[in-house]
Design a protein around this ligand. Structure first.
Ligand SMILES: *[C@@H]1O[C@H](CO)[C@@H](O)[C@H](O)[C@H]1NC(C)=O
Ligand SMILES: *[C@@H]1O[C@H](CO)[C@@H](O)[C@H](O)[C@H]1NC(C)=O
Ligand SMILES: *[C@@H]1O[C@H](CO)[C@@H](O)[C@H](O)[C@H]1NC(C)=O
Ligand SMILES: *[C@@H]1O[C@H](CO)[C@@H](O)[C@H](O)[C@H]1NC(C)=O
Length: 494
């Protein structure tokens, strides 16, 4: 058992101080403080799901206000190195899960205090009265924490990964009763830490049941205390990590079209090959479709009615893709040029078009429009996909004004700017949203963008193009030739 430097000498730890230039997270900086001890966790159950390539944790806690005044700020501590990888942090009332998630944001000490602990601060929608209880359900995932062990394997070997964590849930308050349950992808768990001191039930610790393990229950664990443990288990699937995803959604009122383009920079965090890749061996085994730690294929379900899908990588068009579309569903299956083994990268772009009518509504009042698109689409697979950084750009028509947006995806930045392309006169209004540490479970969360687009603006593009045609014909008349390249570009841009 060791304590986080949190409440006991937290001012002394200097190891992973925030260096102020890390662009990954938006944080509110507080002067050195420690969370007031106004709550007690009377019961806590933490579920750690290891079925995907990133751990997903859900902590259900009964919290009690032990102070003599109502309280509405609850803190969850993480070390700086972990908090930079925590994503999709969401808190709800366990008893009313359909209500909107609570406000939660990262706060940290003044860098001068050199603490290695940072906090999520959760704002309870209603202050909790003295000695009242509320059940919080806190969920998040942690990126880039599963480590292949061994780090080098043969092409056909099984892959094992190790996960190190604390058997006690992260807490800034005393926890009266808690346990941590783990769910593995298979029962092949080769190594795990056995804790010597008997837990509250006087059973072995952890207890095993098929693909589930339970650490605890433990009683009366003080705030900020950790109990480091690790587990190692089979995971013969790629650890697909998107270092970056750029997703552009371009709206054309004139063309009645929504054009989506996505650019991915992927890497496989899995075990690296001990020897050279053998394509002969790969082709001999692949017909049987065995499990592999290489990334072979990505399946992307798209909105129904999507058309004109394409897939290109650094070399050019990739023909090994398949696109099927019906009125009810569309699916783009892409196969990288080579199986992407551990340590290898693959970057590519995909795109498609959709009918604007499916995404856009005219608002009843004035010149207002509302666009509803998924914040994230992307591949879907059993092992999942983690995104270190996602930038979504929504390119609205020229002249769109009063842009507002709404999404339940936690963002670190938003900005509205003008984006000029060929044939634009004033430039298109572009909304750029940035999120970090997402995963495929966030697929399909809505992004709603509202804007005003005066009726007159709809004519701006045709007028511009008419003017351009007049110029071309004038040149043709003058020089006796037609500049076909401009003609071709007009077609693309229109
Ligand atoms: C902070 O981190 C960034 C990127 O990791 C690095 O470029 C910079 O030099 C660091 N600054 C300090 C003061 O350590
Ligand atoms: C790529 O494919 C698209 C559509 O399939 C085609 O129009 C385009 O010319 C191709 N580009 C190259 C460089 O082959
Ligand atoms: C993958 O990309 C990273 C940088 O993002 C680079 O350091 C690494 O060398 C690349 N791996 C390979 C095998 O090219
Ligand atoms: C957009 O960013 C501004 C700061 O640039 C911030 O005040 C605002 O809350 C953000 N809006 C949303 C919806 O995140």
């Amino acid at each position: 058992m060791r304590s986080l430097p949190l409440l006991f000498g937290w001012f002394a730890a200097a190891s992973a101080a925030y260096n102020g230039s890390d662009p990954l997270l938006s944080k509110q900086i507080l002067p050195a403080f420690k969370p007031p001890q106004v709550f007690r966790n009377t019961n806590l159950v933490r579920n750690v799901n290891l079925e995907k390539g990133y751990p997903r944790e859900t902590i259900n806690i009964v919290v009690e206000n032990i102070a003599d005044k109502p309280q509405d700020e609850y803190y969850v501590p993480f070390t700086s190195s972990v908090i930079a990888r925590v994503g999709g942090f969401e808190v709800r009332d366990k008893k009313e899960p359909e209500k909107p998630a609570f406000e939660a944001e990262i706060v940290e000490f003044d860098p001068a205090s050199q603490s290695s602990v940072e906090f999520y601060r959760i704002k309870l929608p209603q202050p909790l009265k003295p000695s009242e209880q509320q059940t919080l359900s806190i969920s998040y995932s942690v990126l880039s924490v599963l480590e292949p062990l061994p780090a080098y394997i043969e092409q056909r070997d099984k892959q094992y990964v190790q996960y190190a964590f604390s058997a006690y849930a992260p807490s800034a308050y005393t926890t009266q009763k808690q346990k941590t349950k783990l769910k593995f992808p298979t029962a092949d768990v080769t190594d795990y830490t056995t804790l010597p001191s008997p837990n509250a039930d006087k059973t072995e610790d952890p207890t095993r049941q098929g693909t589930s393990f339970t650490y605890g229950p433990y009683e009366d664990i003080p705030a900020g205390v950790e109990e480091p443990v690790s587990v190692r288990y089979e995971f013969t699937k790629p650890l697909t990590h998107a270092k970056r995803l750029e997703r552009d959604v371009e709206v054309s009122h004139w063309g009645g079209n929504v054009a989506v383009e996505e650019r991915y920079w992927l890497t496989n965090r899995g075990a690296q090959l001990k020897n050279h890749f053998s394509r002969v061996q790969w082709q001999m085994t692949m017909y049987a479709n065995p499990p592999t730690s290489a990334l072979r294929e990505l399946r992307m379900p798209l909105d129904a009615g999507s058309v004109d899908a394409y897939f290109t990588d650094d070399i050019g068009n990739v023909s090994t893709s398949r696109f099927r579309t019906t009125d009810r569903s569309s699916q783009l299956d892409i196969r990288p040029r080579y199986p992407v083994f551990g340590g290898w990268n693959y970057s590519f772009r995909v795109g498609w078009n959709g009918d604007l009518g499916r995404y856009l509504r005219k608002l009843a009042t004035g010149d207002g429009f509302a666009l509803k698109v998924p914040f994230l689409e992307g591949p879907k697979s059993a092992e999942g996909l983690e995104y270190e950084r996602v930038e979504v750009r929504v390119v609205l028509p020229e002249g769109a004004k009063n842009v507002r947006f709404e999404t339940t995806v936690p963002l670190i930045a938003n900005e509205t700017a003008l984006h000029r392309t060929f044939m634009d006169t004033v430039g298109r209004t572009t909304l750029k949203l940035t999120a970090v540490n997402l995963n495929d479970e966030w697929r399909g969360r809505d992004l709603i963008v509202t804007y005003d687009y005066p009726y007159f603006e709809g004519f701006r593009k045709p007028l511009t193009i008419t003017a351009a045609f007049v110029a071309v014909f004038a040149a043709w008349w003058a020089l006796g030739l037609v500049d076909t390249s401009i003609g071709a570009r007009q077609k693309v841009q229109a």
